[in-house]
Every structure is written in structure tokens, then in C-alpha cells.
Design a protein. Structure first.
Lengths: 244, 215, 505
């Protein structure tokens, strides 16, 4: 069944990691969605919100709501951004005229893996990725959106993919938004523990539903010249084998 | 009241603060199951005592109990023992074969050098393998000062769980008639060094329960 | 310091000069620097601990064994989450009617022959206890573990009036000998291995033949402390719970030091926060196992002591005087906040510390307060103010703490609320305020955002091509110091969309 999806591209994905969004479009179209991208979108406002600057975050949120107000489904390749819109907008916009619209928009906003599994009802998206992959459970997806199985179901549906378990896969990688720069030493230390756990699996790739986690982990892996590379779930799902 | 200034201030602050309404969701039902019910208290008590590294012996009569106590005492280094002054224990100690000096709780606090103490209990709890004692069971030190604490109890004192034991203690006004009570679930221990469990810290290293059938 | 024949804890006992004992567990770098703000010290200490791989390994081992024990402990419950909910309800009831239950508690304790002292501030609490010590010519004090006594700096106050204070909880005793503060609220010496403790004891006890075997070390500590228990005139404890209907305090321990400290000396003083209240004795049927499971994974602690008054006529032994010191020290101010009131439900189990990935990497001493970890980061800024507000920011908001809290405190969201309140109170740098004003301006204006993004990528690319990544000119220096640079995309997604992906749907 064809669904109309408005793509919600996190600001840093737009600017720094566009391939994640490109791959998200690929996957959504492959499962039969109509995908549109509203160019007026900017940022959900989470960086300001998390630092306590709620007055500065509010206008960003109101802008987001006005951009996506009429979208049927809003899908994002980011657990943390989805959390912001769905879980925190009602609190942030408590006193705003946009509150009712924000609630509405929140109910229609989904992270990619939950959209595919829970809304589209699919776990196989025609992907082929013949590599060993280990999964890191990003905190927002796990504890705010309660996504435990959906990403794993999708990974198991990928042809040729060998999934290996990581110790403490649900321990925070250490990104935490502005924490990564405000408390860089702690952030990197947490990242190195995560990198150690990845290395033990021997996997070629580590994946997650949050590009921010992956950006940070890649930074640590790259600095240490570790074998593993990060790849977003959307990019794995967008991979196809050679056509028959 | 000596400290009425701060007392009033604190109470006032609390009352001011509590004026703020906070949402209170409806409570869980009283029937809600938190712990699995204790099906067979005796079996459970034995199981838990074992896990707690307590020494539990079941006896059928006073003769066997006396023998068991004598056996434990003979395994300990020389030295006096301290016993709760209760009629039953007075009687029992007459039949326990020991050459040790016995100091009774009616004579005062246990001495630091006591090798063992013997007390009764208020109740036994199957759920956690616990011995519930009060100040009436020979005081406070009796269950902690000596390296070996021996508890004499009967099977009629066994209750299934903490809820029953504490409910009963409330109804009987235990903490209004005693300055002290204690739920004891093993001998003293610590894991403060590398999280390695060491038996016998400042309290007893041995807790022995002699459990006689009946009342 | 008293002289004479009463035994001393050893040279390392905290002195009034370094009353902030927890400071001395801080890094050499931050200790050497003198005039630093708490936030600056925190950054230095955290940085040092973050790369200390010996420390990381010790903590990892400790937390791994805790994880296993905790998982096993949860299986003893039919429904662990029902247990958490029941505990939340008990604490909510107690705190929502705190005045009523405190008065019931007080009435009962006084009826039992005890004294209840209400201390609005830490100074008042210390003054009362010090006065008591002077009145009764107390020379030796034995103390069982109490975080509140660390909070109010009680040991220093007692030493000022000539008392020798012995920490009798083994972990606390060890850090006292090292002149450090406790590392963790439940296991104060978990950052040390047996060799370090062996070295400490061999030195302080003058027993050069002592081995590193934990059993021998515990026996050595027992020998030393036993003399103190029987010589002390005053014993000080905390309280895990204050039971209103029974009019008693409840103390959960394993070692027996709490039993001896509160049972042997003539005077027992229990120091407690006002929020430790629970309505009924029967509530302990759930709280005792939940506290033990969350704290150490045990089904229940070895001793659940209930103390309601001094020894009564006819009792064989026990203190002649029993004092409960109820400490406010800012707690009551949390009641008025609809959001923050539940922070007072904390039962100080330590589970949030154990699971916190930040704690696991920087350790308890880096926080600079007796309450480290998530609960400390939520509570201490509220109690102590601006100088600790950085703690609320030193978190990734991963939410692990909230998921384990046995009374279901929404810890990580409270950290967010703290940040909001401190920002709105103006406790942020002008630089940060400016940054976020710029952020907002760009984000509500799509054209500005597009241009800004393009400009950022272009200038970073230039900077990096000149080899200036990680230099003082690099705005992403904090990132690039420890991580490889983020690759800079040639085009933004929106540009790619326009060119290739827009199917006009």
C-alpha cells in the first residue's frame, strides 16, 4: 500500500552525512512509498533543548511543526530527532499556540525502522549486504522510543548479512549532543569502550539507527585505525545485490 | 521543646511545599503479586538458610536440641558464653554438656570476649531464611558480639514471608515494647574488597539455628 | 586530635583542615591547581580518570559482577516492575504527607525515650551533635556509613571538639585511612584492588606480614575496629528509612559494624535526611529486598536493624541515650516543585551509579560531592546551587539510570529540567547564550540555514586543507582532539535531492 512520506532529515545529516538520507529515500521508495522532501525544514531544535535553552528551541520546534503540519507520515533516519518531535514537543510547546498541531505531528513522526516494521509491516526490503555486522542500540531509540527488536528484525532480513552480538550493546557510546564537545574527554573515553566492544566481535561494520552515534563512533574508530567501520541502518537496507 | 525554632521552620517549609498539587496515579492493587508465594515454608527456609551460609539443624525434641548445642559449643575455642535469660533456655542449658562459664543476659551486656551466644527468636522467615530477634531475646549485643550466635527456635515460629513477620510485629507493638529488633539473614560479611565476599566481618562468622519440631 | 590511650584510626584520619575530605580523592592535577572552580576541577579530574585504564578495568570488573548479581536478584521477584511501582507508591505517599509522618515518627520516638532534633542546616546538625559530645565528655566516636554525615561534614566538627572519629564501614574505613572521600555511596572503596588495600593496612597498622588476601585484610580491620567499638562513648549511624508507625529507624547493613556502633556505646545518634520517611513497618517487606537487590544484588542485607529508642528497663544492654537528627539542608525546597518532588523518593541504593556509563569512566571522586552519579547530578545542584550545576550537563541523557531506579525516579529527564532552570536563571556563559541565539536565528530561517551550512562546510574544508584541524583555530577542536575529523560532504542532502531525487511526488 502506497504511503506518502515526508522525509525528516536531521540538520547534521543534511549538512555532513547526506548519504544516510539518500539511502533512506532509496529504501522508502523500494517498499512503495511516495517520498517528498520539504525544503523549508531546518532543525528540530534538540541541540538548544538539551542544553537548557528552551526559549531558543521553541521557535525551531514551531517552525518544524508548520513545515510538517500536513504531512501524512514523517519519517526520519534518526532515533534522537524522532524522540525530540514525538516525546518532547508537547512539553516544550506546552504554552504555545502550536501545541495541538505539535501533538498531531508527533503522532505521525516515526524513526525509519519503526516505520518499516510497525507501519509498513515489512522486515525484508530487498537488501543484500554480505558482511559481518554488529548492532549498537542508540539510547533514544531504545529508552525513549522503546525500539528493541525492530532494527534487529530488519537486519536479519538482509541477505548475506551475518549479525554478531556486541557486549554491552545497549551502553551509551558517549556522543550525547553537545556533551561530545563540552565533555570531550569523557565522550571519547566512552567511545573507546564502545570501540573495544566492537573490536571483540571482529565485525566489519557496526550499525545503529542514529547517525549521531555513528559519527562519534567513527571518529573514535578512525583515530585508532580500528578495522570496523560505521554504517547507518538505512545504508545497509539500501544495499542491493547484483540483479538476477 | 528545645529545638522548636528549626522544627517549626522545617515544618512550615514542608507544608508550604506540599501545597503544590502533584498528580497521584491510582495505586496498584493490594492483591498484586510482587514476590512468588512461598508454597512450602519449611523447604524454603532450609533452602534460604543454606544460601545464607547459616547452619540449620532440625531436631525432634529438647534432648536432641541440647545435644546439637553442645556439639556446636565444643567446636569453639575456650571461653565463656552468653545466654538469654529465659526459662526455657535455663532449663535447656541444664542439659547441655559444657564446662564453659555461662553469663546470663539478666546480669548485663555480653562481654567482648564471649565465644558464643545463645538466644531465642521472635520469628523465623522462610522467604529470606531470616531470624527475627528483638531486645527481649537477650538484648542487642547477643546477636552480634560473639563469633558464634546460636538461635533456638521451634517450627511453630516459622512464617512464610517478610510481610507476615512485619505485619505481626506491628500488631504486637514489637517496636513499642522493645527498643530494638533485627531481621538477621546470615552471618556478618563484607564485599568491600574487590567485591569478593568475605564471611565474618565485625559480627559473628557463624550463625547456627537449632530448629525443634513443635511449639 | 585527642591523645591518651584510646586508639586512633591511623594517621590518615580527615582533619578539620581538609574537612572537604572528598576533595582529596581528586586528581593530582586539580589538587595542584588551587583556585579552580568546581566545574574546572571536574573537567580536569574527569579527563585524568577517563584515560586511566587501570581504574577503568577495576570499575568494569566491579560493575560486571554487580550486573550479574542484580540480574539474578531480580529473578526472585514475581514481577520486578511491580516491586518498583510499589516502592514508588510507598515513597510518594511518605513524601506527599511528609509533615504528618515526621510528626508521627517524632511522637513515637519520644514516647520510647528518644530525642528528636530538627536541623534546618548542616551547621545546626553538627552543632547539636558536637554539643552532645562535649556534654558527655566523648573522646571516641564510632561511625557506621551515612552519606548525610559526609554531606554535613560531621567528622570535622567532632574532631574540632576533641573526638577521634572511626569510620567502621570497611570501605569507609579504608578511604578514611587514605584521606579520601568515599568513591561510591554503597561500596566506598571499590576503586581499590587488594594490593592497594594490603599496602595501606601494612603501613597504617604497622603489620608488615599481612598478606593481600581479602579474608586476612578483613580480619585485620576487625581487630583494629573492635577496640574502637568497645571504647567509644558515642556511636553515629545514618538511617535507610524512618518508620512512622513503629517510631523507629531502619538500617540495612552486612558487616555488623552498624550493629556494634549503635548497640555498644552509651549514646547513639542517628543522622538522617528528612525525606527518608516511610509510613509503615510493613512497607519494609518490599523495600528491604528491593534496596538489597538494587544495591548489591543480595536478596536482603544480613542485618535489617530497627531501633526506636534507648535501652528500656529490663533490656540486657543498649545505649542510654538515642538521638535522631533530622536534617533538612535544602531538601524541603524540592517539595514545592511539581517536577522535582519525586527526587526526594531516592532510597540511596546506588543502582543509578552502577549503570551510568559516565560514572563508569570518571569514577566517584571526580564529582567532588558525597553524592556522585546520576542522583547526585540531579540533587546536588538543587541543594548546593550554581557551583555544581555543571554536573547536570555532564551526561549524555542516555536514560539508563531511569531504567534501573527502583523507585522509578525519572532521573535523566530531571537532568534536562535542571539544565532548563539553570539556563533560564542566567547561569550560562555569554558565549553559549550567543551561540544558541545564532542557532535559533538560523534554524527559523531556511535561507539563512542553507547559507550558514554551506559556509560552515566551506570554511572547515579550507581549515582542514591547511592542516589546521585540531588547532586553536579549529572550532571543532574539542571534537578533533580525540577523534578523526568528520568527513565534509561536497553537497548537502537538499542539493542532492534537488538534482537527483525529486520526483515531484
Amino acid at each position: 500500500m502506497s504511503r506518502k512520506v515526508a522525509l525528516f532529515v536531521p540538520c547534521f545529516v543534511d549538512q555532513l552525512l547526506p548519504q544516510v538520507a539518500v539511502d533512506t529515500v532509496t529504501v522508502l521508495r523500494r517498499v512503495g512509498c511516495e517520498v517528498n522532501y520539504f525544503e523549508d525544514q531546518t532543525c528540530c531544535g534538540q541541540p538548544a533543548f538539551n542544553s537548557g535553552f528552551w526559549s531558543e528551541s521553541r521557535p525551531c520546534a514551531e517552525h518544524f511543526v508548520s513545515v510538517f503540519k500536513d504531512a501524512e507520515y514523517i519519517v526520519s533516519p534518526s532515533g534522537s530527532c524522532t524522540t525530540m518531535v514525538r516525546n518532547f514537543y508537547p512539553e516544550l510547546l506546552k504554552e504555545s499556540d502550536a501545541l495541538a498541531d505539535a501533538r498531531e505531528v508527533g503522532q505521525r513522526t516515526f524513526e525509519l525502522s519503526e516505520f518499516l516494521v510497525k507501519i509498513m509491516g515489512v522486515t525484508k526490503v530487498g537488501a543484500r549486504f554480505p558482511h559481518t555486522v554488529t548492532y549498537h542500540a542508540s539510547c533514544h531509540g531504545l529508552r525513549e522510543l522503546h525500539l528493541r527488536d525492530e532494527p534487529l528484525q530488519l537486519l536479519r532480513g538482509v541477505e548475506g548479512l551475518k549479525l554478531v552480538d556486541m557486549l554491552r550493546y545497549d551502553e551509551c557510546c558517549g556522543f550525547g549532543g553537545t556533551f561530545a564537545t563540552k565533555f570531550a574527554d569523557i565522550s571519547v573515553a566512552m567511545g573507546t569502550s564502545k570501540a573495544d566492544n566492537i573490536a571483540v566481535t571482529g565485525a566489519e561494520y557496526v550499525t545503529a539507527i542514529d547517525p549521531s552515534c555513528l559519527m562519534h563512533v567513527q571518529g573514535v574508530l578512525g583515530k585508532r585505525k580500528d578495522k570496523a567501520k560505521t554504517i547507518h541502518l538505512a545504508s545497509i537496507l539500501a544495499s542491493e545485490g547484483k540483479p538476477a | 521543646m528545645a529545638n522548636s525554632g528549626s522544627r517549626d521552620l522545617i515544618l512550615q517549609r514542608i507544608r508550604e511545599g506540599l501545597k503544590t498539587q502533584v498528580p497521584v496515579p491510582p495505586p496498584m492493587s493490594d492483591e498484586a503479586v510482587i514476590f512468588p508465594p512461598v508454597e512450602d515454608p519449611m523447604a524454603r527456609f532450609q533452602q534460604e538458610c543454606k544460601a545464607n551460609l547459616m547452619e540449620l539443624t532440625l531436631t525432634n525434641d529438647a534432648g536432641a536440641s541440647a545435644q546439637q548445642i553442645a556439639g556446636i559449643l565444643s567446636s569453639l575455642p575456650e571461653g565463656e558464653i552468653y545466654v538469654q535469660d529465659a526459662p526455657f533456655l535455663r532449663q535447656l542449658m541444664q542439659t547441655v554438656a559444657t564446662v564453659r562459664t555461662v553469663h546470663w543476659s539478666s546480669e548485663g551486656a555480653p562481654r567482648e570476649s564471649a565465644q558464643a551466644t545463645i538466644s531465642l527468636a521472635e520469628a523465623l522467615v522462610a522467604q529470606t531464611g531470616s531470624v527475627f530477634v528483638t531486645a527481649a531475646c537477650g538484648g542487642r549485643g547477643i546477636s552480634v558480639v560473639a563469633p558464634c550466635h546460636i538461635v533456638f527456635a521451634t517450627t511453630s515460629q516459622l512464617v512464610p514471608d517478610l510481610k507476615t513477620a512485619l505485619g505481626s510485629a506491628t500488631r504486637k507493638g514489637i517496636l513499642h515494647n522493645n527498643s530494638f529488633a533485627c531481621m538477621i539473614s546470615g552471618s556478618s560479611r563484607t564485599a568491600d574488597i574487590e567485591k569478593i565476599l568475605v564471611q565474618g566481618a565485625h559480627g559473628p562468622v557463624r550463625l547456627a539455628v537449632v530448629l525443634q519440631a513443635g511449639n | 586530635m585527642s591523645t591518651g590511650t584510646t586508639p586512633k584510626p591511623g594517621q590518615g584520619a580527615p582533619t578539620p583542615q581538609n574537612a572537604e575530605a572528598h576533595d582529596t580523592g581528586r586528581s593530582a592535577a586539580s589538587n595542584a591547581r588551587g583556585n579552580l572552580s568546581n566545574a574546572q576541577r571536574f573537567l580536569l579530574d574527569a579527563a585524568e580518570k577517563s584515560v586511566d585504564m587501570v581504574h577503568r578495568e577495576i570499575i568494569r570488573k566491579g560493575m560486571d559482577s554487580y550486573d550479574v548479581a542484580h540480574a539474578k536478584g531480580r529473578t526472585r521477584f514475581a514481577f520486578w516492575d511491580a516491586a518498583r511501582q510499589r516502592c514508588q507508591e510507598i515513597k510518594r505517599e511518605a513524601v506527599n504527607h511528609l509533615d504528618q509522618y515526621l510528626l508521627e515518627f517524632e511522637k513515637n520516638v519520644i514516647a520510647h525515650g528518644g530525642h528528636v532534633f530538627w536541623a534546618a542546616t548542616s551547621e545546626e546538625a553538627c552543632q547539636y551533635i558536637a554539643d552532645l559530645a562535649v556534654k558527655h565528655s566523648v573522646k571516641t566516636v564510632v561511625k557506621s556509613k551515612s552519606m548525610v554525615t559526609e554531606e554535613i561534614h560531621l567528622a570535622g566538627a567532632l574532631e574540632k571538639v576533641g573526638c577521634t572519629v572511626w569510620e567502621t564501614d570497611l570501605g569507609e574505613y579504608i578511604v578514611q585511612l587514605r584521606n579520601e572521600g568515599p568513591y561510591h555511596i554503597v561500596t566506598p572503596a571499590m576503586h581499590l584492588n587488594r594490593k592497594q588495600i594490603g599496602d595501606l593496612f601494612r603501613d597504617k597498622f604497622d603489620e608488615p606480614n599481612l598478606s593481600d588476601d581479602p579474608q586476612e585484610l578483613v580480619a585485620a580491620a576487625r581487630r583494629k575496629l573492635r577496640k574502637a567499638f568497645f571504647a567509644a562513648e558515642m556511636g553515629i549511624s545514618g538511617a535507610n528509612f524512618l518508620v512512622a508507625d513503629a517510631g523507629c529507624i531502619a538500617i540495612s547493613t552486612n558487616e555488623g559494624n552498624g550493629r556494634l556502633s549503635t548497640g555498644v556505646p552509651r549514646i547513639h545518634v542517628a543522622v538522617t535526611g528528612i525525606e527518608k520517611m516511610i509510613p509503615k513497618l510493613e512497607d519494609l517487606a518490599t523495600l528491604w529486598p528491593v534496596l538489597a537487590t538494587s544495591g548489591t544484588g543480595q536478596p536482603i542485607t544480613t542485618y535489617g536493624s530497627l531501633i526506636g529508642g534507648p535501652r528500656r528497663p529490663g533490656e540486657a544492654d543498649g545505649p542510654e541515650e538515642f538521638h535522631v537528627v533530622l536534617v533538612d539542608n535544602g531538601r524541603s525546597s524540592l517539595l514545592a516543585s511539581k517536577e522535582e518532588r519525586e527526587v526526594l523518593h531516592c532510597i540511596r541504593c546506588g543502582a543509578c551509579l552502577n549503570i551510568c556509563p559516565v560514572f563508569r569512566h570518571i569514577g566517584g571522586h571526580s564529582y567532588g560531592t558525597p553524592y556522585p552519579g546520576p542522583i547526585g547530578s540531579v540533587l546536588v545542584p538543587r541543594l548546593e546551587g550554581e557551583k555544581f550545576e555543571h554536573l547536570s550537563s555532564a551526561s549524555t541523557l542516555c536514560g539508563a539510570c531511569t531504567s534501573v531506579c527502583p523507585v522509578k525516579i525519572d532521573l535523566h529527564h530531571h537532568l534536562l529540567e535542571n539544565r532548563r532552570d539553570f539556563t533560564e536563571a542566567g547561569h550560562v556563559s555569554a558565549g553559549e547564550r550567543f551561540q544558541f541565539k545564532m542557532f535559533k536565528t538560523a534554524m527559523v530561517n531556511p535561507s539563512l540555514y542553507k547559507v550558514g551550512g554551506w559556509f560552515m562546510r566551506k570554511s572547515l574544508r579550507l581549515l582542514y586543507s591547511l592542516g589546521l584541524s585540531g588547532s586553536v583555530l579549529d572550532p571543532l577542536r574539542p571534537w578533533n582532539k580525540g577523534r578523526s575529523t568528520i568527513p565534509l560532504a561536497k553537497q548537502s542532502f537538499r542539493a542532492i535531492w534537488k538534482k537527483e531525487l525529486d520526483h515531484g511526488e
